[in-house]
Design a protein around this ligand. Structure first.
Ligand code: NDP
Ligand SMILES: O=C1O[C@H](COP(=O)(O)O)[C@@H](O)[C@H](O)[C@H]1O
Length: 489
């Protein structure tokens, strides 16, 4: 396995929230583990007139934690350089090229470049164009572009963006990041499904009753009002993270665990998504906005949010993947801000046994639960005998995996994905066609909502969303496995 990597990172949006909170700490982890050592440098760029010294201080602050060695932190930060740069200004790319050449020589990098676009997608086209026209891409190494979400605003804008980038970079060199695909427990979906005959054989519409996906956040919109007002929960979380999870759960078994085979199967699953008519949208999807409590502000009271904003901060829905194995299985999804708890989980609810031979003893449901956050866990809910003279049944949760106690060993999603990009492995990145089919599904919902002004519900901050989200399941005879008061079925 190739361990030590040689690369020059150019991070557009180097002063931003994502860079500070996720990218610098992830690069530091790669540094400590020896993947990045002597032959790497990072140029951070943004408009702010920072110096190298100040930038290095920001980086040191971003990666410093109690247990870190000061020497490691200091040595790591010395690889960072800052270039004040407006991405629309061609002149600035000339200075950037010179700095990149100098650093390439100084650190013996050999021409490998990784351009990380950690800023608003409206700049992606112009950055890609200038990287090419101003010869910042090299001839003697690889040139890879990591692009942050959201990839476009709808299918039309995503196509425009893809064409703009595609004029300068091949699909193979474009790494569209969806950080959920780098999460340990999301990667576990394939391991559980295709590594165990037990689950492989049950993973279909003959045995699965329904699937529930919950991505709930306790935080509100925080400092991202400008972006969030143009996105809302549907574009922010459903178009990408949730549909990617859906594709991993419902794809057919790939011929091998390789980029091309997995991609083919995921794409087929996304193609099989039932795109709703306006009437079906009304019946199957709900949206809502959080209201305030004594302690917490409502969405419309948040900074930089209009007091008549109609942006949804919560979405729930029922969707179908009409392939051979999943046609007819309702997949319930929900995501929202300011909910009761930060939790990311998948509940696979199996069908009831056709005949209960135990008389009056009630059988509980078999549920396979994959908890992604706050701690990695997989457990299976089963019926077992109650210990004692008489024959009674009880529901027990069987732990299949618990990674909560050794959390430090779980690599952060961004760390894994950056290493994958350095190695040229795009298995856990999204291909353009996946993005396109996801937008097709989401656009049908969005356009119905845009014409339907009365369908925005409210939910109290700290709850698990509006009642209409529960009703989606209740009318099918189901209920959310995860509830605000704990877990039940
Ligand atoms: N933050 C997060 O948790 C997540 C973010 N993302 C995505 O990552 C991307 C970045 O998000 P985030 O870091 O939160 O955004 P921020 O607003 O914090 O950062 C934006 C960056 O772009 C720079 N910038 C803005 N305009 C220009 C310009 N004309 N020329 C050069 N630089 C410019 C800003 O610096 P300056 O003002 O100095 O120019 C800043 O560094 C977005 O696509 C977002 O959707 C995805 C998942 C999670
Ligand atoms: O992409 C995004 O994800 C985060 C949630 O990510 P997580 O890893 O903390 O679950 C979300 O807060 C943000 O709005 C969205 O852009």
């Amino acid at each position: 396995m190739d361990t030590k990597q040689q690369a020059l990172f150019i991070i557009f949006g180097g002063t931003g929230d994502l860079a500070k909170r996720k990218l610098y700490p992830s690069l530091f982890e790669l540094y400590k583990k020896g993947f990045l050592r002597d032959n790497f440098a990072v140029i951070g760029t943004a408009r702010r007139p920072w110096t190298d010294e100040y930038f290095q201080e920001v980086v040191r602050e971003a990666v410093t934690a109690e247990h870190e060695s000061e020497e490691d932190v200091a040595n790591f930060a010395q690889h960072f350089y800052y270039q004040s740069h407006n991405v629309n200004d061609t002149e600035h790319y000339v200075t950037l090229r010179k700095l990149a050449q100098q650093l390439d020589q100084k650190y013996h990098i050999g021409g490998n470049r990784l351009f990380y676009l950690a800023m608003s997608p409206r700049f992606f086209g112009t950055i890609a164009k200038h990287l090419k026209s101003q010869h910042i891409v090299t001839d003697n190494g690889y040139n890879r572009l990591i692009i942050e979400k959201p990839f476009g605003h709808d299918l039309t804008s995503a196509k425009e963006l893809n064409n703009a980038i595609g004029s300068y970079f091949t699909e193979k060199s474009v790494f569209r990041i969806d950080h959920y695909l780098g999460k340990e427990m999301i990667q576990n979906i394939a391991a559980v499904r295709f590594g165990n005959n037990l689950f492989r054989s049950l993973w279909n519409n003959r045995y699965i009753d329904n699937i529930q996906i919950t991505l709930s956040e306790a935080l509100g919109v925080e400092e991202r009002a400008g972006y969030y007002e143009t996105a809302g929960a549907l574009r922010d979380m459903v178009q990408n993270h949730i549909l990617q999870i859906v594709s991993l759960l419902t794809m057919n078994m790939p011929a091998s665990y390789t980029e091309s085979d997995i991609r083919r199967e995921k794409l087929d699953a996304l193609k099989a998504l039932q795109v709703y008519t306006p009437e079906q949208v009304k019946n199957n999807f709900v949206r809502a906005q959080y209201t305030g409590t004594n302690e917490l502000k409502g969405y419309r009271q948040e900074e930089k949010i209009a007091d008549d904003s109609r942006t949804e901060t919560f979405v729930a829905g029922k969707l179908f993947v009409n392939n051979e194995n999943f046609a007819g299985v309702p997949i319930y999804i929900r995501t929202g801000k300011r909910l009761a708890k930060k939790t990311t989980r998948i509940d696979i609810v199996f069908k009831d046994i056709p005949k209960n031979i135990f008389g009056s003893a009630k059988l509980g449901k078999n549920i396979l639960t994959i908890i992604v956050e706050p701690k990695g866990e997989i457990y299976l809910q089963m019926n077992v005998k109650q210990i004692g003279q008489d024959f009674g049944l009880q529901v027990q949760k069987m732990d299949l995996l618990q990674v909560k106690d050794n959390k430090v060993q779980i690599p952060e999603a961004y760390e894994k994905l950056i290493l994958d990009a350095l190695r040229g492995n795009a298995t856990n990145f999204t291909h353009w066609e996946e993005v396109a089919y996801s937008w097709k599904f989401v656009d049908a919902i969005r356009s119905t909502w845009d014409q339907q002004q009365d369908s925005l519900a409210e939910y109290a901050s700290g709850s698990m969303g509006p009642k209409v989200a529960d009703d989606l399941l209740v009318r099918d005879g189901h209920k959310w496995v995860f509830t605000v008061n704990g877990e039940e079925n």
